[in-house]
Design a protein around this ligand. Structure first.
Ligand code: ATP
Ligand code: MG
Length: 422
């Protein structure tokens, strides 16, 4: 029979990569908690209108990348392409908007986008995201950026650089936008078809285009940072002062943009120097208009999304390894029915104390069991055969030193627990 392959752009994760995943997820949760963010879980699919409004009709995500389907009752749903829209919906729907501010949420979710798969770009991917609502100050921007920075540092990444920019607000944006459109019109012969359309619907998206020729046009384009109103300028200055004061290195990069109307002021990316074209490990910004756009109260918001596969690529590139999990503290080699039962008993007792212990379940020869124990990296090995069962005593071997200790069967659990510090 023909084998069925997994869908294009999805992945199977298993050891040793899964150690990396677990290590990252653990780090992310620990850091987010330290910053006072609480985890939020929302549905994998939502009414499609939520993403149309929340992500924006003019974006590639909505126009080309959504996995949508019609339910049996005719409702149009989409698998979430990102997390922010759902969090905003959940805040409004659960009456959280009137809670004490700021609201601080994080999530670790799978997202779906119909894209051309390549390294660091898949159709189902996992994102770590944070959202802070009800905090309009630059101190909030700093806090969210600092959280992302802390995660990346704690994972040991050194070649990931923070790029920040400001894209202004509804007050200063119109003047900028008019100037940008004028410039783009003058260079329209060098723009791709998509950008020619974007020029009228969402001109700032042109600055985001990955097309080579559009990038050249973008490089010479007027910069938001030169058109900021006094308020936006002060906000950016305050953010920079906080980053300087707290020792978070960054570069100001006028080419970082988020081309959505409700994005305001701060935008940022963490970019890895060595992982090729999919180098943005984390992207975020301020969206003070989003809550209102989705029917909630007027409430400032800021957050980011961090792609876990890209973090892994960056870690591998820097030679960072995750701690290996699942290494047995004790392997019990058994021979004979009574020994098998005794082995299970010792393993179960240790496991119930939180200690990893393993014993043979395959029926291997003693020699093969010793080889297996060595392969797992077990710290101690216990040999149990008929002789040991009759004597009620057995040899415990410490693998690193080959040192042997003779113990009564009843003493083994206590001995290992003591060594393990339990
Ligand atoms: P890109 O410009 O790389 O397409 P984006 O602007 O579409 O990124 P966001 O929507 O801001 O990305 O998502 C935040 C983060 O999620 C990205 O910085 C990236 O790390 C990750 N990400 C986005 N799309 C994918 C994907 N298809 N596969 C893997 N990770 C992704
Ligand atoms: Mg994208």
């Amino acid at each position: 029979m023909e084998n069925i392959a997994r869908p294009r752009g999805t992945m199977d994760v298993m050891a040793p990569d899964v150690f990396m995943w677990n290590h990252i997820e653990k780090t992310v949760r620990a850091v987010a908690e330290r910053y006072g963010f609480s985890e939020i879980k929302t549905p994998t699919f939502e009414e499609i209108g939520l993403f149309k409004r929340g992500v924006g009709e003019a974006t590639d995500i909505v126009q080309k990348e959504m996995y949508s389907f019609t339910d049996k009752d005719g409702t149009m749903f989409a698998l979430r392409p990102e997390g922010t829209a759902s969090v905003v919906r959940a805040i409004i729907e659960n009456g959280k908007a009137t809670d004490t501010l700021p609201l601080k949420f994080f999530y670790l979710i799978n997202c779906f986008r119909y894209e051309k798969p390549e390294a660091g770009r898949s159709r189902e991917f996992v994102q770590f995201g944070t959202e802070m609502f009800g905090a309009p100050s630059a101190a909030a921007d700093f806090t969210v950026i600092s959280l992302a920075d802390a995660v990346l540092r704690e994972l040991g990444l050194k070649n990931v650089r923070l790029h920040i920019n400001s894209i202004g607000c509804p007050e200063c944006r119109p003047v900028y936008r008019a100037e940008l459109v004028k410039y783009l019109n003058a260079h329209s012969d060098q723009l791709c078809d998509t950008c020619l359309e974007r020029m009228n619907t969402n001109p700032m998206r042109v600055l985001d285009c990955k097309n080579e020729s559009c990038r050249k046009v973008a490089e010479g384009a007027p910069r938001t940072i030169d058109h900021l109103c006094a308020g936006c300028r002060e906000h950016l200055d305050d953010l920079r002062s906080a980053l300087d004061a707290c020792g978070v290195p960054y570069v100001t990069d006028p080419h970082i943009v988020r081309g959505l109307d409700y994005y305001t002021k701060t935008v940022f990316e963490f970019i890895s120097e060595g992982i090729g074209s999919q180098s943005t490990v984390c992207g975020g910004g301020r969206y003070d208009g989003l809550m209102e756009e989705l029917g909630g109260p007027k409430m400032a918001g800021i957050g980011f999304g961090m792609g876990i596969t890209r973090v892994i690529l960056a870690m591998k590139q820097e030679g960072i390894e995750a701690p290996k999990l699942g290494v047995p503290e004790l392997y019990i080699a058994t021979m004979g029915r009574a020994a098998v039962t005794e082995g299970l008993k010792i393993a179960t007792e240790l496991r119930s104390c939180g200690i990893n212990a393993e014993t043979d379940v395959v029926g291997r020869s003693l020699k093969a069991q010793m080889k297996y124990a060595d392969k797992t990296g077990a710290r101690y090995v216990l040999m149990l055969g008929d002789t040991e069962m009759e004597a009620g005593r057995a040899q415990l071997k410490e693998m690193a030193t080959s040192g042997q200790t003779e113990l009564e069967l009843g003493e083994i659990v206590g001995y290992i627990k003591e060594r393990y510090g339990r």
